[in-house]
Design a protein around this ligand. Structure first.
Ligand SMILES: Cc1cc2nc3c(=O)[nH]c(=O)nc-3n(C[C@H](O)[C@H](O)[C@H](O)COP(=O)(O)OP(=O)(O)OC[C@H]3O[C@@H](n4cnc5c(N)ncnc54)[C@H](O)[C@@H]3O)c2cc1C
Length: 330
């Protein structure tokens, strides 16, 4: 027999944890199903990273996140979210992936996970936007030395590392690598290198300044490029902005050009999506965050409210509305 729930929440990032917290307070029979670990996206930030948001934007309760310095590290933030779940005894099941969502004739949802089946009156997708790292789709990208996430610099000391990308994550990885002792190159498109508009993903000032120092020290080379042509075991061939071919000796490549949400489950349910900027976003009511499929809600990084502050705030607004709609349906 599958368990009967009021609300099934998919994903235990800041949005899913916040939704669980409000669900508990509303007295809902809820469950969070998470394919990785609690706050899995934060867990996958580079080790030792200092995040850019301030504690008040990231904390699950005002004043509860107390970093040693002005802004928390990955480790302080992760510990905050994990302890919030533990201390509030929130119902979060980790390492369980939602693989299918269907609907019965009576209108309730049937959820198949990698471990079990559930029936739920409402579903909140809080799945984030990290499921599909973007690829260059160039020859050699499948080699073991090519990574689409950066974790730490230590395995690359005195090795030739190339970072490809134009945003803050790429710039931060290049900084970590060059400061950590790797011979580092950053291949970046001119528009990204010259971009100073933070709203359009420009490199943050506190990353750019030390990056500039690494360039001056000769520890980091910035290559304005058009395309990566081929990655081989020992080198990378690039076409520069001036149409020159450049072959770099290489031991490791980090392709950090963003990632996308996996919208497959939503689309199978009939949820409409729209292309905005670089990615597809589900269509939803801006007040309730309910999609065009009644009973299916969205929150967090794969909606238009992307930052952690909003990922926490939106569930506080919409879960009471979900609870209200459930009480009205009885
Ligand atoms: C290096 C880095 C630094 C960042 N720094 C900041 C910062 O300083 N401030 C800020 O506001 N934002 C920052 N961000 C962005 C921030 O991480 C996201 O905005 C935030 O994680 C969004 O929370 P979320 O709950 O919407 O999604 P996520 O935290 O991505 O959580 C979604 C969860 O859903 C799970 N999931 C997905 N599909 C399924 C499925 N089918 N079944 C079960 N589980 C599933 C995922 O495993 C994941 O744990 C940073 C991002 C990166 C990469």
């Amino acid at each position: 027999m599958s368990e009967q729930l009021d609300l099934l929440i998919i994903g235990a990032g800041p949005a899913g944890i916040s939704a669980a917290d409000v669900s508990a307070r509303e007295g809902l029979n809820y469950l969070v199903v998470e394919k990785g670990l609690i706050a899995d996206t934060v867990y996958h930030y580079p080790i030792g990273l200092t995040v850019f948001s301030t504690p008040n934007e990231l904390a699950m309760r005002e004043g509860a996140l107390k970093p040693c310095r002005e802004k928390p590290t990955r480790e302080e933030l992760l510990s905050h979210y994990v302890h919030f779940v533990l201390e509030n005894n929130l119902r979060v099941q980790t390492e369980e992936e939602v693989v299918e969502v269907g609907r019965t004739e009576s209108g309730e949802f049937l959820v198949q996970t990698s471990r079990g089946r559930y029936r739920a009156a409402r579903i909140l997708f809080a799945i984030g936007a990290m499921s599909r790292p973007r690829r260059l789709n160039v020859p050699g990208e499948i080699l073991g030395k090519v990574h689409h996430r950066f974790v730490e610099p230590f395995p690359y000391v005195r090795k030739n590392a190339l970072v490809v990308g134009g945003g803050n994550s790429a710039a931060e990885a290049a900084l970590f690598l060059s400061e950590g002792g790797a011979q580092t190159s950053l291949a970046i498109w001119r528009t990204d290198w010259e971009n100073r508009d933070l709203k359009r993903g420009a490199i943050k000032q506190w990353v750019r300044e030390p990056l500039q120092k690494q360039i001056e020290r000769g520890a980091l080379r910035v290559i304005l490029f058009k395309e990566v042509e081929e990655i081989t075991e020992k080198s990378v061939r690039l076409k520069t902005e001036d149409d020159e071919t450049l072959t770099l000796p290489n031991d490791a490549v980090f392709i950090l050009i963003g990632s996308d949400a996996d919208l497959t489950l939503l689309r199978k349910l009939g949820v409409e999506t729209v292309h905005t900027g670089l990615c597809d976003v589900p269509v939803y009511d801006p007040e309730t965050f309910e999609t065009n499929i009644s009973g299916i809600y969205v929150a967090g990084h794969f909606t238009n409210s992307r930052h952690i502050k909003e990922a926490i705030a939106i569930p506080r607004r919409i879960v009471p509305l979900i609870a209200q709609s459930l009480r009205a349906a009885v």
